[in-house]
Design a protein around this ligand. Structure first.
Ligand SMILES: Nc1ncnc2c1ncn2[C@@H]1O[C@H](COP(=O)(O)OP(=O)(O)OP(=O)(O)O)[C@@H](O)[C@H]1O
Length: 243
């Protein structure tokens, strides 16, 4: 197995100074490895640490302890300096949460094509790729040049997912990318995720929908109270803990 990422003892505690220095555990001594092209689904009850795991890997949060070795660049995502974090975000590591970071008065097609244009892709080719992705996700064509600020939750989520997929990152971190989608759109998103990821792109994704997990994942990581309970092949996943 060619590991892309090896996580060891990753932990995150939050010191709540406003609550009399109460400590909240987000993630507790989590270890696992992900191989190239693998799709690892992360599931667990609400508050079990799923988002904290992705945020520690993307460095929205600074982990309190542990390491997350990203082998292609030979860096520790848990401890590398901010400049390395930004460089990796530009070149290799993608992230999307369930909420779109709104940029006022930027049309959907430009929101999606922006990461490609920033990486030097010809602007028209980047927009064409954006239109392909929005089309595959079933966003009505009349919305492609509209501003996402006025979109419904599901429409925004499609823009969000298309934006994350557009640059074909090496490592893609997805936090509930399909939660606001209706069944038909969710199926389109699952198709797109299945084809867009593979040999090159490795995905760690938080999902609440058991059917989605079973459609896209190779293995499933189950978190409980910030601890990793088990990592199992999707065929052995019983699904009872999808919250
Ligand atoms: N910024 C923060 N400050 C304080 N506590 C936090 C913060 N982020 C997460 N936590 C706490 O860490 C624990 C894990 O939260 P996390 O958001 O990772 O869970 P989750 O499994 O993603 O939950 P959900 O499914 O509800 O989104 C929770 O107890 C949460 O309150």
């Amino acid at each position: 197995m060619t590991a892309v990422l090896t996580v060891e003892g990753l932990s995150k505690t939050f010191d709540m100074h406003a609550l009399g220095d109460k400590r909240v555990v987000g993630l507790d001594d989590v270890s696992f490895a992900v191989r190239r092209g693998e799709f690892l689904a992360v599931v667990g009850e609400s508050g079990s640490g799923k988002s904290s795991l992705l945020k520690c890997l993307y460095r929205t949060y600074d982990p309190t302890d542990g390491s997350a070795r990203y082998h292609p660049e030979d860096v520790d995502l848990a401890t590398c300096d901010d400049r390395t974090v930004m460089a990796l975000r530009d070149s290799a590591v993608g992230y999307t949460s369930q909420f779109l970071d709104e940029i006022p008065r930027v049309p959907a097609v430009d929101v999606v094509s922006r990461p490609l244009r920033e990486r030097g892709t010809d602007p028209e080719a980047a927009r064409e790729r954006a239109r392909e992705l929005l089309d595959a996700l079933g966003l009505p064509e009349e919305l492609w040049d509209a501003y996402p600020a006025t979109f419904s939750g599901g429409e925004r989520q499609r823009v969000n997912l298309a934006q994350a997929l557009a640059p074909e990152p090496d490592l893609l971190l997805l936090d509930e990318p399909t939660s606001a989608l209706d069944p038909e759109t969710r199926a389109a998103a699952v198709d797109l995720l299945s084809t867009a990821t593979g040999e090159q792109t490795t995905v760690i994704g938080v999902f609440h929908d058991r059917e989605v997990v079973e459609s896209v994942a190779d293995r499933v990581a189950v978190l409980d109270g910030g601890r990793l309970q088990r990592v199992v092949p999707v065929a052995e996943f019983s699904g009872e803990v999808v919250a």
